[in-house]
Design a protein around this ligand. Structure first.
Ligand code: NAP
Length: 252
Protein backbone atom coordinates (compact mmCIF):
# COMPACT_ATOMS: atom_id res chain seq x y z
CA UNK A 1 0.00 0.00 0.00
CA UNK A 2 1.33 3.42 -0.91
CA UNK A 3 1.82 6.17 1.63
CA UNK A 4 2.36 8.82 -1.03
CA UNK A 5 -0.99 10.58 -1.65
CA UNK A 6 0.33 11.98 -4.94
CA UNK A 7 1.13 8.52 -6.35
CA UNK A 8 -0.78 7.74 -9.56
CA UNK A 9 0.51 4.18 -10.08
CA UNK A 10 -2.14 2.02 -11.74
CA UNK A 11 -4.26 5.03 -12.74
CA UNK A 12 -5.33 5.85 -16.30
CA UNK A 13 -5.46 9.48 -17.41
CA UNK A 14 -6.97 11.00 -20.55
CA UNK A 15 -5.45 14.36 -21.53
CA UNK A 16 -6.70 16.42 -24.47
CA UNK A 17 -4.39 18.63 -26.54
CA UNK A 18 -1.27 16.93 -25.21
CA UNK A 19 0.96 17.34 -28.29
CA UNK A 20 2.37 20.66 -27.07
CA UNK A 21 2.43 23.31 -24.36
CA UNK A 22 0.55 22.87 -21.11
CA UNK A 23 -1.15 19.61 -22.15
CA UNK A 24 2.19 18.01 -22.95
CA UNK A 25 3.64 19.08 -19.60
CA UNK A 26 0.59 17.80 -17.72
CA UNK A 27 0.73 14.43 -19.50
CA UNK A 28 4.41 14.00 -18.63
CA UNK A 29 3.84 15.04 -15.01
CA UNK A 30 1.00 12.51 -14.63
CA UNK A 31 3.19 9.81 -16.21
CA UNK A 32 6.07 10.68 -13.88
CA UNK A 33 3.63 10.24 -10.98
CA UNK A 34 2.81 6.73 -12.28
CA UNK A 35 -0.23 7.06 -14.57
CA UNK A 36 -0.77 5.48 -17.98
CA UNK A 37 -1.83 8.05 -20.58
CA UNK A 38 -4.41 8.35 -23.34
CA UNK A 39 -3.56 11.43 -25.43
CA UNK A 40 -6.44 12.84 -27.48
CA UNK A 41 -6.12 15.61 -30.05
CA UNK A 42 -6.16 16.63 -33.69
CA UNK A 43 -2.34 16.63 -33.96
CA UNK A 44 -0.81 13.29 -32.99
CA UNK A 45 1.11 13.67 -29.73
CA UNK A 46 4.09 11.56 -30.88
CA UNK A 47 6.74 13.47 -28.91
CA UNK A 48 4.65 13.37 -25.74
CA UNK A 49 4.01 9.66 -26.24
CA UNK A 50 7.77 9.05 -26.48
CA UNK A 51 8.22 10.94 -23.22
CA UNK A 52 5.53 8.87 -21.50
CA UNK A 53 7.18 5.64 -22.65
CA UNK A 54 10.58 6.88 -21.47
CA UNK A 55 9.00 7.32 -18.04
CA UNK A 56 8.02 3.64 -18.16
CA UNK A 57 4.30 4.18 -18.60
CA UNK A 58 1.89 2.92 -21.26
CA UNK A 59 0.44 5.35 -23.81
CA UNK A 60 -2.36 5.44 -26.40
CA UNK A 61 -2.88 8.15 -29.01
CA UNK A 62 -6.48 9.01 -29.92
CA UNK A 63 -7.21 11.15 -33.00
CA UNK A 64 -9.97 13.66 -32.32
CA UNK A 65 -10.87 17.13 -33.55
CA UNK A 66 -12.60 18.71 -30.57
CA UNK A 67 -13.91 21.72 -32.48
CA UNK A 68 -17.19 19.81 -32.27
CA UNK A 69 -18.52 17.64 -29.46
CA UNK A 70 -19.28 14.83 -31.90
CA UNK A 71 -16.19 12.66 -31.15
CA UNK A 72 -16.24 12.90 -27.35
CA UNK A 73 -18.01 9.60 -26.71
CA UNK A 74 -15.57 7.78 -28.98
CA UNK A 75 -12.62 9.47 -27.25
CA UNK A 76 -13.65 8.22 -23.82
CA UNK A 77 -14.50 4.77 -25.22
CA UNK A 78 -11.08 4.59 -26.92
CA UNK A 79 -9.27 5.43 -23.68
CA UNK A 80 -11.23 2.76 -21.82
CA UNK A 81 -10.63 0.25 -24.63
CA UNK A 82 -6.88 0.91 -24.44
CA UNK A 83 -6.48 0.50 -20.70
CA UNK A 84 -9.71 -1.00 -19.34
CA UNK A 85 -10.64 1.95 -17.16
CA UNK A 86 -10.53 5.73 -16.85
CA UNK A 87 -9.57 7.42 -13.59
CA UNK A 88 -8.53 10.93 -14.63
CA UNK A 89 -9.70 13.36 -17.31
CA UNK A 90 -7.75 16.54 -18.03
CA UNK A 91 -9.63 18.88 -20.36
CA UNK A 92 -6.75 20.93 -21.72
CA UNK A 93 -7.45 21.42 -25.46
CA UNK A 94 -8.35 25.01 -26.11
CA UNK A 95 -8.12 27.75 -28.69
CA UNK A 96 -8.08 31.55 -28.78
CA UNK A 97 -9.08 34.07 -31.48
CA UNK A 98 -8.20 37.73 -31.04
CA UNK A 99 -10.23 40.62 -32.52
CA UNK A 100 -11.91 43.81 -31.32
CA UNK A 101 -15.34 43.03 -29.86
CA UNK A 102 -17.05 45.31 -32.42
CA UNK A 103 -15.57 43.24 -35.25
CA UNK A 104 -15.71 39.78 -33.65
CA UNK A 105 -17.09 37.25 -36.16
CA UNK A 106 -19.64 34.54 -35.49
CA UNK A 107 -17.19 32.01 -36.92
CA UNK A 108 -14.53 32.97 -34.36
CA UNK A 109 -17.12 32.97 -31.57
CA UNK A 110 -18.34 29.47 -32.47
CA UNK A 111 -14.82 28.07 -32.92
CA UNK A 112 -13.75 29.20 -29.47
CA UNK A 113 -16.94 28.35 -27.58
CA UNK A 114 -17.37 24.95 -29.25
CA UNK A 115 -13.80 23.83 -28.47
CA UNK A 116 -13.22 25.45 -25.08
CA UNK A 117 -16.68 24.96 -23.58
CA UNK A 118 -19.03 22.66 -25.50
CA UNK A 119 -16.57 19.82 -26.13
CA UNK A 120 -15.21 20.23 -22.61
CA UNK A 121 -18.67 19.83 -21.10
CA UNK A 122 -19.53 16.74 -23.13
CA UNK A 123 -16.15 15.16 -22.34
CA UNK A 124 -16.90 15.76 -18.66
CA UNK A 125 -20.32 14.16 -19.19
CA UNK A 126 -18.98 11.09 -21.04
CA UNK A 127 -16.15 10.54 -18.55
CA UNK A 128 -18.36 11.50 -15.59
CA UNK A 129 -20.92 8.81 -16.44
CA UNK A 130 -18.20 6.15 -16.24
CA UNK A 131 -16.61 7.62 -13.13
CA UNK A 132 -19.94 7.86 -11.31
CA UNK A 133 -20.58 4.20 -12.16
CA UNK A 134 -17.11 3.38 -10.76
CA UNK A 135 -17.76 5.53 -7.67
CA UNK A 136 -14.50 7.46 -8.18
CA UNK A 137 -12.74 9.76 -10.60
CA UNK A 138 -10.86 13.02 -11.05
CA UNK A 139 -11.69 15.69 -13.60
CA UNK A 140 -9.36 18.64 -14.09
CA UNK A 141 -10.47 21.43 -16.42
CA UNK A 142 -8.02 24.01 -17.70
CA UNK A 143 -9.45 27.45 -17.00
CA UNK A 144 -7.55 30.77 -17.25
CA UNK A 145 -6.91 34.13 -15.64
CA UNK A 146 -9.83 35.10 -17.89
CA UNK A 147 -12.05 32.92 -15.71
CA UNK A 148 -11.66 35.86 -13.28
CA UNK A 149 -10.85 38.85 -15.47
CA UNK A 150 -12.14 40.39 -18.70
CA UNK A 151 -9.06 40.32 -20.91
CA UNK A 152 -8.59 42.45 -24.02
CA UNK A 153 -9.81 41.59 -27.57
CA UNK A 154 -10.69 38.01 -26.61
CA UNK A 155 -14.45 38.13 -25.83
CA UNK A 156 -15.22 34.52 -26.78
CA UNK A 157 -12.18 33.19 -24.93
CA UNK A 158 -13.12 35.10 -21.77
CA UNK A 159 -16.71 33.91 -22.05
CA UNK A 160 -15.58 30.31 -22.52
CA UNK A 161 -13.06 30.29 -19.66
CA UNK A 162 -15.42 32.08 -17.25
CA UNK A 163 -17.98 29.43 -18.13
CA UNK A 164 -15.43 26.66 -17.53
CA UNK A 165 -15.02 27.95 -13.97
CA UNK A 166 -18.78 28.01 -13.43
CA UNK A 167 -19.25 24.61 -15.02
CA UNK A 168 -16.50 23.14 -12.82
CA UNK A 169 -18.39 24.30 -9.74
CA UNK A 170 -21.73 23.10 -11.12
CA UNK A 171 -20.40 19.59 -11.86
CA UNK A 172 -18.64 19.43 -8.49
CA UNK A 173 -21.94 20.13 -6.77
CA UNK A 174 -23.60 17.21 -8.58
CA UNK A 175 -20.74 14.71 -8.50
CA UNK A 176 -18.73 15.27 -5.29
CA UNK A 177 -20.96 12.96 -3.26
CA UNK A 178 -20.59 10.31 -5.98
CA UNK A 179 -16.81 10.17 -5.53
CA UNK A 180 -15.91 12.30 -8.54
CA UNK A 181 -13.78 15.37 -7.91
CA UNK A 182 -14.21 18.16 -10.46
CA UNK A 183 -11.71 21.01 -10.20
CA UNK A 184 -9.87 23.39 -12.50
CA UNK A 185 -6.44 24.91 -12.92
CA UNK A 186 -6.25 28.56 -13.95
CA UNK A 187 -2.80 29.04 -15.50
CA UNK A 188 -1.34 32.51 -15.46
CA UNK A 189 0.75 33.74 -18.37
CA UNK A 190 2.53 30.64 -19.67
CA UNK A 191 4.94 30.74 -22.61
CA UNK A 192 3.24 28.53 -25.25
CA UNK A 193 1.81 28.83 -28.80
CA UNK A 194 -1.38 30.18 -27.21
CA UNK A 195 0.45 33.29 -25.95
CA UNK A 196 2.97 33.70 -28.80
CA UNK A 197 1.26 36.91 -30.00
CA UNK A 198 1.45 38.46 -26.52
CA UNK A 199 5.09 37.48 -26.06
CA UNK A 200 5.93 39.03 -29.44
CA UNK A 201 4.16 42.33 -28.63
CA UNK A 202 6.84 44.37 -26.84
CA UNK A 203 4.39 46.64 -24.99
CA UNK A 204 2.01 43.89 -23.84
CA UNK A 205 4.95 41.66 -22.88
CA UNK A 206 6.41 44.43 -20.67
CA UNK A 207 3.01 45.23 -19.12
CA UNK A 208 2.43 41.55 -18.32
CA UNK A 209 5.87 41.03 -16.78
CA UNK A 210 5.54 44.20 -14.66
CA UNK A 211 2.43 42.77 -13.04
CA UNK A 212 3.67 39.25 -12.26
CA UNK A 213 5.14 39.07 -8.73
CA UNK A 214 7.31 36.11 -9.79
CA UNK A 215 8.77 38.39 -12.51
CA UNK A 216 8.69 35.80 -15.29
CA UNK A 217 6.39 34.05 -17.71
CA UNK A 218 5.40 30.62 -16.49
CA UNK A 219 6.72 27.50 -18.22
CA UNK A 220 4.34 24.65 -19.15
CA UNK A 221 6.09 22.50 -16.53
CA UNK A 222 4.92 24.93 -13.83
CA UNK A 223 1.40 23.50 -14.27
CA UNK A 224 2.38 19.82 -13.80
CA UNK A 225 2.43 19.71 -10.01
CA UNK A 226 -1.03 21.25 -9.71
CA UNK A 227 -2.36 18.67 -12.18
CA UNK A 228 -0.85 15.78 -10.22
CA UNK A 229 -2.34 17.18 -7.02
CA UNK A 230 -5.85 17.50 -8.48
CA UNK A 231 -5.58 14.06 -10.15
CA UNK A 232 -4.46 12.27 -7.00
CA UNK A 233 -5.78 11.18 -3.61
CA UNK A 234 -4.07 14.27 -2.15
CA UNK A 235 -7.07 16.30 -3.36
CA UNK A 236 -9.86 13.91 -2.33
CA UNK A 237 -11.58 16.64 -0.27
CA UNK A 238 -11.08 19.40 -2.88
CA UNK A 239 -14.22 20.00 -4.94
CA UNK A 240 -15.18 22.78 -7.34
CA UNK A 241 -11.94 24.69 -6.79
CA UNK A 242 -10.25 26.87 -9.40
CA UNK A 243 -6.53 26.66 -8.58
CA UNK A 244 -4.56 29.61 -9.92
CA UNK A 245 -0.98 28.82 -10.94
CA UNK A 246 0.00 32.31 -11.93
CA UNK A 247 3.22 33.51 -10.29
CA UNK A 248 1.03 35.72 -8.09
CA UNK A 249 -0.80 37.57 -10.92
CA UNK A 250 -4.18 37.51 -9.15
CA UNK A 251 -2.63 38.57 -5.86
CA UNK A 252 -1.70 41.94 -7.38
P1 NAP B 1 -1.19 25.48 -27.19
O1 NAP B 1 0.26 25.16 -27.13
O2 NAP B 1 -1.73 26.27 -28.33
O3 NAP B 1 -2.02 24.14 -26.97
C1 NAP B 1 -3.39 24.06 -27.24
C2 NAP B 1 -3.74 22.60 -27.39
O4 NAP B 1 -5.14 22.48 -27.66
C3 NAP B 1 -3.00 21.97 -28.57
O5 NAP B 1 -2.70 20.64 -28.28
C4 NAP B 1 -4.05 22.05 -29.65
O6 NAP B 1 -3.86 21.14 -30.69
C5 NAP B 1 -5.29 21.72 -28.85
N1 NAP B 1 -6.47 22.06 -29.61
C6 NAP B 1 -6.88 23.27 -30.02
N2 NAP B 1 -7.98 23.16 -30.77
C7 NAP B 1 -8.28 21.83 -30.84
C8 NAP B 1 -9.28 21.07 -31.48
N3 NAP B 1 -10.23 21.65 -32.23
N4 NAP B 1 -9.28 19.73 -31.33
C9 NAP B 1 -8.32 19.13 -30.59
N5 NAP B 1 -7.33 19.79 -29.97
C10 NAP B 1 -7.31 21.14 -30.11
O7 NAP B 1 -1.55 26.37 -25.94
P2 NAP B 1 -1.47 26.11 -24.36
O8 NAP B 1 -1.14 27.42 -23.77
O9 NAP B 1 -0.66 24.92 -24.03
O10 NAP B 1 -3.01 25.84 -24.07
C11 NAP B 1 -3.50 24.71 -23.35
C12 NAP B 1 -4.70 25.13 -22.53
O11 NAP B 1 -4.27 26.08 -21.54
C13 NAP B 1 -5.80 25.83 -23.32
O12 NAP B 1 -7.06 25.44 -22.84
C14 NAP B 1 -5.55 27.30 -23.02
O13 NAP B 1 -6.70 28.08 -23.17
C15 NAP B 1 -5.12 27.20 -21.57
N6 NAP B 1 -4.42 28.36 -21.03
C16 NAP B 1 -3.20 28.75 -21.51
C17 NAP B 1 -2.57 29.84 -20.93
C18 NAP B 1 -1.24 30.34 -21.38
O14 NAP B 1 -0.78 31.36 -20.88
N7 NAP B 1 -0.55 29.67 -22.29
C19 NAP B 1 -3.16 30.51 -19.88
C20 NAP B 1 -4.40 30.09 -19.43
C21 NAP B 1 -5.01 29.00 -20.00
P3 NAP B 1 -3.12 21.61 -32.06
O15 NAP B 1 -1.66 21.68 -31.74
O16 NAP B 1 -3.48 20.56 -33.02
O17 NAP B 1 -3.67 22.97 -32.40
Amino acid sequence: MTTNPFDLSGKVALVTGANTGIGQAIALALAAAGADLALAGRTAAAETADGVRELGRRVAIIAADLSSAEPVGEVVDAAVAAFGTLDILVNNAGTIRRADAVAYSEADWDAVIDTNLKSLFFLCQAAGRRMIADGRGKIVNIASMLSFQGGIRVPAYTASKSAVAGLTRALANEWAAKGVNVNAIAPGYIATNNTAALQADETRNRQILERIPASRWGAPGDIGGAAVFLASAASDYVNGHILAVDGGWLAR
